[in-house]
Design a protein around this ligand. Structure first.
Ligand code: FAD
Length: 468
């Protein structure tokens, strides 16, 4: 019997794969697509954990509401009314400096004005105006040190600990802040570039967008988003669970996708997978140019969710981050029930501390009890926690956060060339172009748009053929 044939095969039912499927279904309901997922649930890295009235996250805690593609996905999932928002303006952040939590303004300019760094260090930042663009592929730390001076390193460290759980001595500035690097190259200075941009916007009559975005999640946690998207797909017709793809074969008609028991055919193939999972599958496809590296580094973290009584003096806000120079146990913590009050039962508060990351994978070897004890000790030094937590749970996600380090720009260029050359292969997903939910949503839309435009071209060609 001939294997089932589809217009589009999508591998992976994380946010990326579900995003591509949802955009396609919305724009062209006649397109026959199938999502293949190895697990028995959708969502991949997105995993909410609900227990004893507490709601914690093993993966993402939320995303900012300043991305159109994400907002569209929320709408397509039918979840607009279930959205919960914590505006950054209200939910302040803290950085741990000299063993204390310091409130940090949300905008770079305000950080510079605040009394967090000395006057000579503030003046050193202005050296950016005459420093030449830094050549090569510098790390975030090298670049910040060179352009703005060492005083800003703890802040840069906190930012990239909070997003990548990464090491700023290894993350590449071109990979993680490509836009800022462009400003440096085009204007010879980041400050001048920002200033110029502002002037251009003013001259065009465009108003500066007022206000800061809001952290967004759902009343029942982040897992609601992939669940909502997946619920709109027909099981076994548009999405198949417990179906691990083991091999890919390219032929004249498109792609053959092999699982343990079945084979599927597709004109287009979308790999919506974390970088390493995609590289592993692509390694088995003959005649592809080899990637510049076989895999990239990942940073694994554990969430230690702790429930405290209302007596605990958790400062109001979003949470805090601790730069490596502080030598603390936890990378930081989210004050989850401040942002989203339904995360803890009546009379309790929920903190979710993050442990491990690129620099401390050895901490993830600890038993749950030890992790909980170490995190509690760490937090006690930073805030008023008179009693041990009444609730504690360690959540350990299986996968890590892809790290955009040495060789990543070459890997991304390899992907782009491969996709451009092949026409019917599409690669998006965790770590390819960014790591956040909003990056995934944008890339999913790029892939869907590419498939839709090619389908239109194919159809036009077919019509011409008939009349010929
Ligand atoms: C601990 C952690 C915290 C995070 N925090 C945030 C945050 O606060 N904010 C934010 O914006 N982002 C955050 N992220 C990132 C966010 O989770 C990702 O951007 C997003 O979930 C990635 O989605 P994806 O679909 O590309 O990949 P994944 O979620 O990894 O999905 C890939 C899917 O493919 C499946 N799969 C893999 N191999 C195969 C195969 N061979 N055959 C079939 N199926 C396969 C997997 O089972 C999985 O379901 C965090 C990530 C982690 C790990």
């Amino acid at each position: 019997m001939a294997p089932p044939s589809h217009d589009v095969l999508i591998i992976g039912a994380g946010l990326s794969g579900l995003g591509v499927a949802s955009f396609l279904k919305d724009k062209r309901p006649d397109i026959r697509f199938l999502v293949l997922e190895k697990e028995d649930r959708p969502g991949g890295a997105i995993a909410s954990h609900s227990e004893e009235g507490f709601l914690a996250e093993a993966g993402p805690h939320g995303f900012l509401d300043n991305c159109l593609e994400s907002r569209v996905l929320v709408g397509l999932a039918g979840l607009t009314r279930e959205v919960e928002k914590a505006p950054l303006e209200k939910f302040v952040r803290y950085v741990c400096l000299d063993g204390r939590l310091n409130l940090v303004p949300q905008q770079p300019l305000k950080i510079i004005r605040a009394p967090l760094i000395s006057w000579p260090a503030k003046l050193r930042i202005l050296a950016d105006l005459w420093k030449k663009p830094l050549a090569g592929e510098p790390s975030v730390a090298e670049w910040v040190r060179y352009r703005f001076g060492p005083a800003l390193l703890p802040f840069a460290d906190a930012v990239f600990t909070g997003t990548y759980a990464g090491d700023i001595e290894r993350l590449k500035i071109d990979a993680v802040m490509a836009g800022v690097r462009d400003l440096e190259r085009q204007h010879g200075s980041v400050i001048r570039g920002l200033w110029q941009r502002r002037r251009e916007k003013k001259a065009e009559g465009k108003k500066e967008k007022g206000g800061l975005p809001a952290m967004t999640s759902f009343a029942s946690g982040m897992a609601r988003l992939p669940q909502g998207l997946a619920a709109r797909l027909q099981v076994n017709r548009e999405i198949m669970y417990n179906t691990e793809v083991r091999e890919l074969v390219r032929d004249e008609e498109g792609w053959r996708v092999l699982t343990r028991r079945n084979e599927f055919r597709g004109s287009h193939l979308v790999l919506a997978l974390p970088v390493n999972a995609a590289l592993a599958l692509l390694a088995g496809v003959g005649e592809l140019p080899p990637p510049p590296m076989a895999r990239i580094a990942e940073a694994r973290i554990a969430t230690v969710a702790l429930g405290f009584s209302e007596q605990a003096g958790i400062p109001f806000g979003f949470g805090y981050l601790a730069p490596e120079s502080e030598g603390r146990f936890a990378l930081g913590a989210l004050f989850s029930s401040h942002m989203f009050p339904g995360r803890a039962p009546m009379g309790y508060q929920l903190i979710e501390a993050l442990v491990g990351g690129r620099r401390h994978p050895e901490r993830l070897e600890m038993e749950d009890e030890e992790l909980i004890g170490r995190v509690y000790e760490d937090l006690r030094q930073l805030m008023e926690l008179p009693e041990p937590p009444g609730y504690a749970r360690v959540l350990r996600p299986a996968g890590g956060i892809p790290q955009l380090e040495e060789g990543y720009p070459a890997l991304l260029a390899w992907r782009d060339a491969l996709v451009a050359e092949s026409g019917n292969l599409h690669i998006c997903g965790f770590g390819w172009k960014g790591i956040g939910i909003n990056d995934m949503a944008k890339e999913a839309w790029t892939v869907a748009r590419r498939i839709l435009s090619q389908r239109l071209e194919e159809e036009e060609n077919q019509v011409k053929g008939i009349y010929f």
